[in-house]
Design a protein around this ligand. Structure first.
Ligand code: NDP
Length: 388
């Protein structure tokens, strides 16, 4: 059988939960994928280990104080080493790869991802914050450059998979499923005492710290609603969230005839990662399969918007649009950062986000520079409120 040419992958955020799982997928298919770029922020040891194993062209360490250490550790190889925030953007523009797996967490992923799109690179998008902050500009640029943006987030991958073969059929609505994290059914009198360790224990998924906290507060679902709006060109009222604690139905699409398609499977991020990298092909694997005799009860419920107010705030940002999602995201990043350091309570995160959303001036159609400014302003308001 003839294989397509090897796809050269740039793995931005290779040391994270998505990044390490992507390397597992790549390792199983050397005939399809090669690793050309690896990047980390501070975890130099894992970055070096990955580089020695996968022999990319280039590695980038975001934290420039670690540059010498990484360079020395890779001195006996041909691997080029760069450091710093600007290097991430410059490497994203280089002609050494075909597809970027955008797996940096948070706002930090926006600039490299946008630069990759500007340079015509296909994107497998895990970094949802890129679309939350500047989804209009990112998707418009992708359209102009004819760049595919293929979702990695399991819900959006599910929707994307449901849409294969449906190009001419409008979507009536999408139904995003939410497991609701570790605090399903809990009320504020319980949540007020929740600490970092507890919030990080997601029942179904093993993820990085920030998205684990976002899942526990339901902010993650709000960010995903905004992500869906841009990925699939939807109106806010076409996006519905249902609580589905079993995480078997990864999301659904309802068409204009009332027919609903769902994509299902066991919760394992390797599947959407692999699908995005190999699209439009499906690659055989021997991962565990879903046996419906064991999952014989799948449930779907309305979210508790009054308790999980982050979701309510995200919906407000989704509906108002402009720079509000960017402001929400920035305030949330600071709040989660502080919560993870035990400097802010679980419910206080919502108060900070709400105050920041009220304080930063609304801009209806921001330029990219205005998005950057709104992000900075929101971060500094949030930091003031938390006194950090
Ligand atoms: P992790 O925290 O596990 O990993 C984040 C990666 O980004 C690491 O490689 C980290 O480097 C790097 N990074 C962090 N901050 C910066 C920075 N300022 N500049 C450059 N690089 C940075 O996150 P996840 O893998 O969990 O998530 C990545 C993205 O994918 C997020 O946007 C998340 O929402 C999304 N996602 C994740 C899912 C999951 O299952 N984990 C599911 C769906 C979406 P270092 O290790 O050196 O800190």
């Amino acid at each position: 059988m003839n294989h397509p040419p090897v796809k050269r992958i740039a793995l931005f955020g290779s040391t994270g939960s998505i990044g390490t799982q992507a390397l597992e997928v790549i390792e199983r298919h050397p005939e399809l994928f090669s690793v050309e770029v690896l990047t980390a922020n501070a975890n130099d040891e894992l970055l070096v280990q990955q580089a020695l194993r996968h022999q990319p062209h280039i590695v980038v360490i975001g934290d420039d104080s670690k540059y010498t250490k990484v360079r020395e550790a890779l001195a006996s190889s041909d691997i080029k080493v760069f450091a710093g925030e600007q290097a991430l953007v410059e490497v994203a523009a280089m002609d050494v790869y075909d597809l970027m797996l955008a797996a940096i967490v948070g706002y930090a992923g926006l600039k490299p991802t946008l630069e990759a799109i500007r340079n015509g690179k296909a994107i497998a998008l895990a970094n949802k914050e890129t679309l939350v902050v500047a989804g209009d500009i990112v998707m418009q640029t992708a359209l102009e450059r004819r760049v595919p943006v293929i979702p990695v987030d399991s819900e959006h991958s599910a929707i994307f998979q449901c849409l294969v073969g449906e190009a001419r059929n409008p979507i009536e609505k999408v139904i995003l499923t939410a497991s609701c994290g570790p605090f399903l059914g809990r009320k504020p009198n319980y949540l007020v005492n929740v600490k970092r360790e507890h919030a990080l224990q997601h029942p179904n998924w093993n993820m990085g710290a920030k998205i684990s906290v976002d899942s526990a507060t339901l902010m993650n679902k709000g960010l995903e609603m905004i992500e869906a709006r841009w990925l699939f060109n939807l109106r806010p009222d076409q996006i519905q969230v249902v609580i589905h604690p079993q995480s078997i139905v990864h999301s659904m699409v309802q068409f204009e005839d009332g027919s609903i398609k769902a994509q299902m499977g066991l919760p394992d991020m390797k599947l959407p990662i692999q699908y995005a990298m190999a699209f439009p092909n499906r690659l055989a694997n021997d991962w565990p399969r879903c046996d419906f005799r064991k999952f014989n009860t799948l449930t779907f419920d309305e979210p508790d918007y009054r308790t999980f107010r982050n979701l309510t705030l995200a919906i407000e940002a989704l509906k108002k649009g402009g720079n509000l999602p960017c402001v929400l995201n920035a305030a949330n990043e600071i709040a989660v950062w502080a919560f993870l350091r035990n400097r802010l309570g679980f419910l206080e995160m919502t108060d900070v986000i709400e105050s920041v959303m009220q304080r930063v001036a609304y801009i209806e159609q921001p330029s990219l520079e205005e998005y950057f400014d709104s992000d900075g302003e929101a971060r500094s308001y949030a930091a003031d409120l938390i006194k950090i």
